[in-house]
Design a protein around this ligand. Structure first.
Ligand SMILES: C[C@](O)(CO)[C@H](O)COP(=O)(O)OP(=O)(O)OC[C@H]1O[C@@H](n2ccc(N)nc2=O)[C@H](O)[C@@H]1O
Ligand SMILES: Nc1ncnc2c1ncn2[C@@H]1O[C@H](COP(=O)(O)OP(=O)(O)OP(=O)(O)O)[C@@H](O)[C@H]1O
Length: 290
């Protein structure tokens, strides 16, 4: 039996760091939205008891460190105390379209898709809450993808509330061809920012609307931008070509421009694609999944 799932990318439209925990993880307040750029994850169930991963992408591991393998292993550990029922063996094939190390959450989304698919396949042994907790053990972004809708994320990103206040923008995503380590970005955050917890708490998103001129902010952007000035260049280009707002997503390196409609995004796409000097860049048009 084969199950195919489409794992979307995400963008962070607002991301402020609100604190730092004793385990080194940062607390944040972030407006996150899935976008219509997908990896395809195909699970083929077999009768052996192993978990095999196949992904023809040079930057994605095919061993047990792949986030989908970790997701499957943790699912069986939690749902069946590590003893999967007969037919618990599987081959997971990932067709990667979401760029890697882009701040678009590709690996986390693949892992979430596998958790949800396995839970369905095995008759819902885990509640939604437990599935979210399993996801959080894999990565801070995984619970958001299980949630599967625009959300205001707090805690380290795992506490989620519906955020139905985004407009139907089309995003033009630009990946500049550099993969960024999320851990590196958090490590290089200016820690002076995190000393005054009271001051930081005012950075929580509150309100029932999203204003591009006021809310499009990402505390991680200056860290990545200072090491990769190409991010500044992309933002400037997107704004010069009709974007209502442009910002880096998550820890980078992808930058998104927001457009009021698809036609405008497509015009900008054509102009930016036409520039032969930017051969390492990859562009995607993706509607926000609101
Ligand atoms: C940048 C974002 O994508 C914004 O949504 C997330 O905060 C990152 O989520 P993620 O990639 O799922 O992160 P994880 O895989 O859990 O953690 C990678 C590394 O980033 C740092 N990290 C991550 C999340 C967080 N709230 N604080 C952190 O300090 C930790 O050093 C951790 O070792
Ligand atoms: N299924 C997977 N897809 C992509 N990367 C994976 C996967 N499993 C493990 N990885 C590893 O995870 C690292 C980062 O992957 P990913 O593309 O998810 O980062 P990201 O887009 O910066 O994510 P985030 O926005 O959550 O920080 C890469 O070094 C990659 O080798």
């Amino acid at each position: 039996m084969t199950v195919t799932v489409h794992a979307p990318a995400k963008i962070n439209l607002f991301l402020r760091i609100t604190g730092k925990r004793s385990d080194g993880y940062h607390e944040l307040s972030s407006v996150m939205c899935p976008v219509a750029l997908y990896d395809t994850v195909t699970i083929t169930f077999g009768d052996d008891d192993g978990i095999q991963v196949a992904c023809a992408h040079p930057a994605v591991p095919e061993d047990s460190s792949n986030l989908v393998a970790r997701a499957a292993a943790l699912f069986f550990e939690t749902a069946f105390a590590g003893c999967p029922p007969l037919g618990g063996g599987m081959r997971i094939h990932i067709e990667k379209r979401i760029p890697v190390g882009a701040g678009l959450g590709g690996g986390s989304s693949d892992a979430a898709a596998v958790l949800v698919a396995l839970n369905r396949h095995f008759g819902l042994p885990l509640t939604h809450t437990t599935l979210q907790a399993v996801g959080a053990r894999i990565g801070a972004d995984v619970p958001f993808f299980i949630f599967g809708a625009p959300a205001l994320a707090t805690g380290i990103g795992e506490q989620l509330a519906a955020f139905p206040y985004l407009a139907p923008w089309t995003a033009l995503l630009v990946y500049p061809g550099v993969a960024i380590s999320t851990a590196w970005v958090y490590k290089n955050l200016n820690l002076r920012l995190t000393k005054d917890e009271k001051k930081l708490s005012k950075f929580h998103f509150n309100g029932r609307f999203f204003r591009l001129d006021e809310h499009l902010v990402n505390d991680l952007e200056p860290v990545t931008e200072s090491a990769f000035p190409v991010i500044t260049e992309i933002k400037r280009l997107l704004q010069a070509h009709g974007a209502k707002g442009a910002m880096m997503s998550g820890s980078g390196s992808a930058v998104f421009g927001l457009y009021a409609d698809r036609d405008r995004a497509e015009s900008a796409y054509k102009v930016l694609c036409g520039n032969q000097q930017r051969q390492n860049w990859t562009l995607y048009i993706a509607d926000l999944l609101i």
